[in-house]
Design a protein. Structure first.
Lengths: 262, 317
């Protein structure tokens, strides 16, 4: 079983972030691999183990600091790490990013065919959840998204997908792009042996030229959307906290009634 | 005039409230047309769509295969070739449909928007990012725009001069999808308004200890829906459909009441843009208090019954 997992480098959700000229700026080393991509890595490792053989690749697209995302994936136990980085990629929208990831996937697939690409359900920075679909279309592979369960058998993948109105079981032939939710598995705690082993594993770095992508086709210039304004939301004003000494429930009710909310 | 297509959402055959919100927004952008995927709608539903400004209701007859994003996007595309702007409710499924439609048409997409307007002939959207701590305005530069709108961000108002919507059947050449829907197991919908659309949400977390009686009762009194934290759904105390947060349902009700919820960043990301936030928690240091308009440091077992009784009493009096 040959699987490629996409992992995104995202700012730490707990840290301060800001925008400058439409782009996110971060300070220092406050970024990590997108938490939800841990479920994608774990899903891939479990499939490889079940198959009894195979290779798992982790791939990230992003600036210099994004290499931290694939390093984290190596620590979790993937076999190979690829970092696609090129100044021309900066400012890409989801469609530009999907183009770059698709080209990198094809490059790996051409060496020896992949069975699956596994992604997280969303990147917790933007939460758009659009990349997995865009990638499936770019690759012209099967799309199996939002999997809370995944099995692979006889050249097909089958997922269970929990939607608000129904639980679906959807099946499609390989190769497929599968996105997994945080219900799919429980990523294990860091394993010291794997962390040590990851230290000596190399990271392959590719630029757009290695992928045969025209720089004009991606990046801010090709993006279909542009952030024209960004500002921090003003803090809530007139906040009140009361400590219950016997009548806080009444105070709460009166607050709601006064505001016309009850 | 710009043609603005609105993808209709239905529940048990009836048009949902967020669809009317999207139609209301569509009227401010151009001429709305509604797109209905599935069996032809009943006359009252067509009339209601007309009331909110839909000049046409375009029906693409598709069955269960429309659960596949590839099929739904193809059907939607067939019905909207003349639409410069496409609005849909921002759900996980619609994000996938929007992505496919955009790749087929060259449209630019913004999802999770809280509003949209035309500025110099282009659509600009407003949304919150980074767990609702930033406001962002995005301009769609492409000739076509697809916008996913969050429920409860536009007030649904019927049109001033509502016309009768005409029903138009659209033939779609639906290509065979790679994927096959093997089983569809309907989830019994919780009573009342769904979480994402509810004007009031009362949520319970680990602090409930698994007993949702008080949370449900307060939700009842306030006419709201019941939400939960992931710890509560993981414990099996309440079903997964109730989970509020970044990986659950994102809610923006006028009132959000968090009971026995600590306010982890993952939870806050799904409710922080709510109108008024109330928190009841015994721990004065719980992060939820940082965003609560009205915080009560206390035991929910004491506070909720008293609040419920007071509201009932004031109403009766
Ligand atoms: C990738 C990822 C995604 C996640 N997505 C989500 C998500 O979408 N939504 C979500 O909710 N979580 C999500 N989580 C989990 C999240 O990080 C927290 O673990 C979870 O929200 C905590 O739930 P809680 O507040 O109910 O429990 P706790 O953090 O244990 O808080 C319980 C609170 O109840 C209070 N309490 C106890 N007894 C009482 C009482 N009698 N009266 C009043 N207060 C009381 C305590 O003081 C405490 O503050 C996610 C986690 C990960 C890693
Ligand atoms: N720049 C990127 N590099 C690698 N993977 C990505 C990137 N952007 C998104 N992904 C993957 O796509 C998933 C969904 O992201 P998104 O559509 O941005 O919410 C993530 O969980 C990642 O697995």
């Amino acid at each position: 079983m040959r699987i490629l997992v996409t992992v995104k480098f995202v700012p730490d959700l707990q840290s301060q972030r800001s925008f400058t000229e439409g782009a996110v700026t971060r300070t220092g080393d406050d970024g990590t691999m997108n938490e939800l991509d841990e479920n994608a890595v774990e899903a891939a490792l479990q499939l490889k183990e079940a198959a009894g053989e195979g290779e798992v690749y982790a791939l990230t697209v992003g600036g210099d600091d994004a290499v931290a995302a694939v390093r984290k994936a190596l620590q979790l136990g993937v076999d190979h790490a690829i970092h696609v980085s090129d100044a021309a990629i900066a400012g890409s929208d989801v469609f530009g990013t999907a183009k770059v990831i698709a080209a990198a996937v094809r490059k790996v697939h051409d060496e020896a065919p992949l069975d699956l690409v596994v992604t997280g359900m969303a990147a917790l920075d933007g939460l758009t959840s659009m990349l997995p679909t865009a990638l499936a279309v770019e690759l012209d592979w099967s799309q199996l998204t939002l999997a809370s369960g995944l099995t692979v058998e006889d050249g097909a993948a089958t997922i269970v997908r929990h939607l608000p109105d129904a639980h679906e079981t959807v099946s499609a032939p390989l190769p497929a792009v599968v996105s997994v939710t945080d219900e799919a598995n429980k990523p294990p705690y860091p394993n010291f042996k794997l962390i040590m082993a990851a230290r000596s594993k190399p990271v392959t770095t590719w630029a757009l030229a290695d992928l045969g992508i025209d720089p004009a086709a991606v990046g801010a210039g090709a993006a279909r959307t542009v952030v024209v304004d960004a500002s921090p939301r003003p803090p809530r004003e007139n906040r009140v906290t009361v400590t219950d000494t016997g009548d806080a429930g009444t105070q709460l009710a009166d607050f709601l009634l006064e505001k016309g909310l009850a | 005039m710009t043609t603005v297509a609105v993808l209709v959402e239905t529940r048990s055959g009836e048009v949902t409230q967020p669809t009317f919100e999207a139609l209301t927004l569509a009227r401010s952008l151009g001429t709305p047309v509604a797109v209905w995927l599935g069996e032809a709608p009943e006359a009252p539903e067509v009339a209601r769509l007309g009331l909110y400004g839909a000049a046409e209701v375009r029906v693409v007859a598709v069955g269960d295969e429309a659960r596949l994003p590839a099929v739904a996007a193809a059907a939607l595309g067939a019905a909207t070739s003349d639409a410069e702007v496409m609005l849909m409710v921002s759900t996980f499924v619609n994000k996938e449909i929007a992505t496919r439609l955009a790749l087929a048409t060259g449209a630019g997409v913004v999802v999770d928007a809280a509003g949209a307007e035309l500025v110099d002939g282009r659509v600009e959207t407003m949304q919150t990012v980074f767990a609702a701590t930033w406001n962002v305005r995005t301009r769609i530069e492409a000739d076509r725009a697809i916008v996913g709108i969050r429920p409860n961000t536009t007030q649904a108002i019927a049109g001033e001069a509502p016309g009768a919507a005409t029903l138009v059947e659209v033939a779609a050449d639906l290509r065979q999808a790679r994927e096959t829907v093997v089983v569809v197991e309907p989830v019994s919908a919780p009573e009342g308004v769904p979480l994402a659309e509810a004007p009031v949400v009362v949520s319970g977390g680990r602090g409930t200890g698994g007993d949702y009686t008080l949370v449900r009762e307060l939700a009842d009194v306030l006419g709201g829906a019941v939400g939960a934290s992931r710890d509560a759904t993981d414990e099996g105390w309440i079903s997964h459909e109730h989970m509020v947060g970044q990986t659950g349902t994102t809610v923006t009700p006028a009132l959000y009441v968090a009971c026995g919820i600590s306010g982890a960043v993952h939870h806050r990301g799904g409710m922080q843009a709510s109108g008024t936030i109330v928190a009841v928690n015994i721990d004065p240091d719980a992060p939820i208090f940082e965003i609560a308009d009205f915080g009560v440091v206390g035991d929910l077992g004491d506070v909720l019954p008293q609040a419920i009784a007071r509201i009932r009493e004031r109403r009766a009096g």
